[in-house]
Design a protein around this ligand. Structure first.
Ligand SMILES: Cc1cc2nc3c(=O)[nH]c(=O)nc-3n(C[C@H](O)[C@H](O)[C@H](O)COP(=O)(O)OP(=O)(O)OC[C@H]3O[C@@H](n4cnc5c(N)ncnc54)[C@H](O)[C@@H]3O)c2cc1C
Length: 431
């Protein structure tokens, strides 16, 4: 009872949602006064040494839409949401201004995310929880040190031994007075230093940020069009919105949880169809979990050039070659088409990503971390674990036991036999 007098801060990070949110549930059930906070690190808005911002406009816009959606949803729980550009002093300042006694946040372990936590004053009680996994870390039958280096081994252990938990219960609706403790401070794209822009007409991801949009997408992909029933056949596609689920941007910032997608698939299987495709979506979500476990196991070596394998290759750092890759002016039309899609839309298919990554790292033998940094800047769905995990995998310094090089011409023939995808992006642009 005593605790309920204290003021809690829920620091939303990559868990920008209300449904299935452990931090929000814990804070609202233990405290009567709760404030929400989103911090946008100032470093994300600054240019990196490679000549682009750490977060370019596509993800920035999606993030702001996600935050606006969260704020609207929190209103019905009478929880105000503060949004700040963080120069590393915001946490200390907010904790002091609102006399915060407790802070609730999703547990992160990668370097920059951990560094951001340094502003939490020592006097504040910190409550961290894992809320980004499908298989909860506490339920794994192996220790993190025993994490298999091969995905299939990990998947089989989890599928056999781990039950997916139900989603976390809804947060408590607080008294109306709680809404008055703080007022929401919206930010615009321009205030973050970006110009506004229109979504490209050919974008494979023309969707908005936020939980509401994520739910709409799930309803469309599962129940309205029943595309989920064909996912395994279409998932290597390149053109259009429906060849794959497109859940990744919402998953990356946590507007939807992997667990709620899992339970929606189970619902679909029970009430409509259960087949290889419905299973395969879960299979891909397990890949997502696996890369999170890989980074949990290997720490910051995922950011080193030798990767988790600590492999020594002779990587080149040639700005001219890199710019050709970035601008889609290499010798390979299929690579170029994919890179132009990324540049114009902030999205690229999984098939495309594998090809352009392999081409940069294996064929051009360029430092794969430059490619990863560019993806980090451009992708709407940038996720530290999936991005660096997949890049290491494709560069031969990660978990791929086969260490393959993609033949991009054969890949283009196989996945874009009629050239539709390539001509879509390579034809002269009117804008
Ligand atoms: C070099 C490279 C970089 C990548 N960077 C990212 C990234 O920053 N963020 C990101 O979310 N994904 C990344 N991926 C993985 C994958 O390409 C995207 O998750 C996928 O294309 C997103 O589209 P979708 O949601 O329609 O996927 P679907 O095919 O519908 O898959 C459903 C979900 O499963 C997960 N998933 C699918 N494939 C993978 C995979 N290979 N690794 C991890 N999770 C997967 C995603 O969460 C995805 O939303 C990267 C892949 C490569 C090869």
């Amino acid at each position: 009872m005593q605790e309920k007098q204290n003021t809690a801060l829920v620091w939303f990070r990559n868990d920008l949602r209300i449904v299935d949110n452990q931090s929000l549930y814990d804070a609202t059930t233990k405290h009567d006064k709760v404030i929400g906070l989103v911090l946008i690190p100032a470093e994300w808005l600054a240019e990196t040494q490679l000549g682009f911002k750490k977060m370019e406009a596509f993800r920035a816009r999606f993030l702001l839409e996600s935050i606006a959606s969260l704020q609207r949803e929190l209103e019905s729980y009478h929880i105000p949401l503060l949004v700040k550009i963080d120069d590393r002093t915001s946490l200390t300042q907010i904790c002091s201004q609102y006399q915060i006694t407790d802070i609730y946040l999703q547990k992160e372990w990668t370097k920059e995310e951990v560094d951001q936590e340094k502003g939490i004053p020592e006097s504040v009680a910190v409550h961290k929880s894992y809320n980004q996994f499908l298989f909860h870390p506490d339920d794994l039958p192996i220790s993190i040190e025993e994490l298999p280096e091969i995905f299939t081994v990990f998947r089989k252990i989890c599928e056999k031994k781990v039950k997916i938990r139900p989603c976390v219960l809804e947060p408590r609706v607080l008294a109306v007075e709680n809404a008055k403790i703080a007022s929401h401070t919206p930010l615009t794209l321009e205030e973050l230093g970006y110009e506004s822009f229109d979504i490209h007409p050919n974008s494979a991801f023309p969707f908005q940020g936020g939980s509401h949009a994520a739910d709409e997408r799930l309803n469309h992909y599962f129940w309205t069009t029943k595309k989920l029933s064909y996912y395994k056949k279409t998932r290597n596609g390149l053109v259009g919105t429906d060849y794959s689920s497109k859940f990744s941007p919402w998953l990356a910032n946590g507007s939807i949880s992997a667990r709620s997608i899992y339970w929606a698939v189970k619902d679909y299987e029970q009430n409509l169809t259960k087949n290889q495709s419905t299973y395969w979506l879960i299979f891909e979500l397990i890949w997502r979990d696996y890369f999170k476990y890989v980074s949990l196991r290997h720490g910051n070596s995922i950011f080193t050039v030798g990767g988790i394998k600590n492999r020594a290759y002779d990587w080149a750092q040639n700005p001219h070659v890199f710019q050709q890759w970035v601008n889609g002016t290499t010798a390979e039309p299929f690579v170029n088409a994919n890179m132009l899609e990324l540049k114009r839309t902030g999205f690229m298919s999984n098939r495309g990503r594998q090809n352009v990554a392999s081409y940069l790292a294996k064929t051009l033998q360029m430092d794969w971390r430059w490619g990863a940094a560019y993806f980090e800047a451009m992708l709407i769905d940038y996720d530290v674990h999936s991005n660096y995990g997949n890049w290491m995998y494709n560069a031969g310094v990660g978990n791929d036991p086969r260490d393959r090089v993609f033949n991009v011409r054969l890949q283009a023939d196989r996945y874009d036999g009629n050239g539709k995808y390539q001509s879509m992006w390579l034809q002269k642009q009117l804008f």
